[in-house]
Design a protein around this ligand. Structure first.
Ligand SMILES: Nc1ncnc2c1ncn2[C@@H]1O[C@H](COP(=O)(O)OP(=O)(O)OP(=O)(O)O)[C@@H](O)[C@H]1O
Ligand SMILES: [Mg+2]
Length: 440
């Protein structure tokens, strides 16, 4: 039990690799397997961009933009690991690490040249970078210099520059000239640089684009939106597969006994509605592990040894018993989201609150919900809304993250019976409805 919990904790920790257990640099042959779950389309677009640029023999640049925890770094890291090391040399620069932004040139020079350290100053570094890698043929000839011949002519430099969203104005001011200069490098005749600028906020990108447009440079932008429910589920299953690979659990039915059905869907739904950083999804699972462990310690016989046989394979006691039960998952979700859900429920108008009480139906859509709402109103002698107002109330419930419209006009609930009860347990108006709910 403890070893399984440890493995889950480890595999749901924040890692920069898609599968850290896989030997590094064994790329290409495994490329299909090493795609980033939930980020297929962005991965493909980046790959196509790199391939297209490689074919052209020139450099190019692209902006990547998306809120924190949307897989920007992971997708680029995975992609760079799948690129041939003979042809590409990925370089990563984080603008925020420099107190003096101008020092970024020293770091770029150091990384381009594979140096452990360098004593070169800013100007010297910049001169060397631009005279060796990124120059226009005309200028070189004018200066009477020979065209530099790199021993590895085909090598492309792939560079990512990352900047953060906060203090945009200060940042733009501090970095703008540097960023423009860097973004000009891929346009130079000699350049084979593929440059990715990464930012959290589209504002930063939009602020700098007009200046590029003015000088005739069009920079493509690739968006990383917060993960959808389906994408979060894919990420969960990918990590669970890693757990099973390490834990050597082969039986499909054992996999199915890890999470009670619908629990992962519930967690994913909750996370996607809140549009959150994927790191929070891992926090939820690690919290589940902690609670499970606490329960295990609580229930363990004091004579039981907590040390385990490393080859032991976990045995689930009986069919229908789950390692992570719905109850446990609901407890954790309550810890993470309850405050927001409960306060959103409480802030809704009364009519919308009655709709919440009407929504525990086997088939939930506008029609069935309206019918049920009518009967709930009659129980508490409350006047009925017109259908049009009913529609507006549903919209506000949805915008409060409590319901979601799914395909086929089905409605999905994003709150549980227990959460509804806890929000209104002291309300006299809803007393009869609460009683009904308790008997469901
Ligand atoms: N699709 C995914 N599958 C598995 N793990 C993921 C996925 N996306 C992100 N992660 C994990 O979540 C964490 C955050 O992801 P990542 O660093 O790629 O986000 P980011 O968009 O670069 O965020 P930031 O803007 O804060 O830099 C990392 O540990 C990463 O491994
Ligand atoms: Mg990142």
């Amino acid at each position: 039990m403890q070893r399984l919990l440890d493995t889950i904790n480890k595999k749901f920790s924040l890692q920069t690799d898609i599968d850290p257990a896989k030997p590094k640099n064994k790329k290409n042959e495994n490329e299909e397997k090493n795609k980033v779950p939930g980020r297929d389309s962005q991965y493909r677009k980046l790959k196509t961009f790199i391939d297209k640029t490689a074919k052209s023999g020139k450099g190019d640049s692209l902006y990547i933009c998306g809120p924190p925890g949307t897989g920007k770094s992971l997708t680029l890291t995975t992609l760079s690991k799948n690129l041939s090391t003979k042809k590409y040399k990925p370089i990563y620069i984080n603008c925020m690490q420099f107190n003096q932004p101008i020092k970024i040139y020293i770091e770029i020079y150091r990384k381009l040249e594979n140096l452990v350290s360098t004593k070169k100053g800013v100007n010297e570094s910049l001169d060397l970078i631009e005279s060796k890698y990124f120059y226009d043929f005309d200028n070189k000839e004018e200066e009477g210099m020979e065209k530099h011949s790199d021993k590895n002519e085909n090598e492309k430099k792939t560079m990512w520059v990352k900047y953060r969203e906060y203090e945009i104005d200060i940042l733009i001011e501090k970095f703008s000239n540097i960023l423009y200069r860097i973004f000009e490098w891929p346009t130079k005749d000699s350049s084979k640089l593929i440059l990715f600028g990464i930012a959290n906020d589209l504002g930063l990108v939009q602020k700098s684009l007009p200046r590029f447009a003015k000088i005739g440079m069009e920079i493509e932008v690739l968006h990383f939106k917060p993960y959808t429910e389906e994408e979060i589920l894919k990420i969960f299953h990918h990590r669970i597969d890693l757990v099973f690979k390490e834990y050597k659990l082969k039986e499909e039915d054992q996999k199915e006994q890890l999470f009670e059905p619908e629990t992962l869907e519930m967690i994913s739904k909750q996370l996607s509605v809140n549009g959150c950083d994927i790191r929070k999804a891992f926090d939820v699972i690690r919290r589940l592990v902690t609670l499970k462990f606490e329960k295990y310690i609580e229930n363990a016989d004091s004579n039981d040894s907590l040390d385990e046989d490393p080859d032991e394979v976990i045995e689930f006691k009986s069919p229908g018993e789950y390692f992570f039960s719905m109850d446990l998952v609901q407890d954790v979700l309550a810890e993470f989201f309850e405050c927001k859900i409960v306060s959103n429920m409480k802030s809704l108008p009364l009519q919308a609150q009655i709709i919440l009480f009407s929504s525990f139906l086997p088939v939930l859509n506008y029609e069935t919900l309206y019918k049920s709402y009518k009967s709930q109103c009659s129980i508490i002698n409350f006047p009925l809304m017109e259908k049009a107002d009913f529609g507006l109330s549903i919209d506000s419930i949805i915008s409060n993250g409590l319901m979601k419209i799914e395909s086929g006009k089905k409605i999905a609930l994003l709150f549980s019976k227990e959460q509804l009860i806890s929000a209104f347990k002291s309300s006299i108006i809803f007393d009869p409805l609460l009683e009904e709910l308790n008997n469901l």
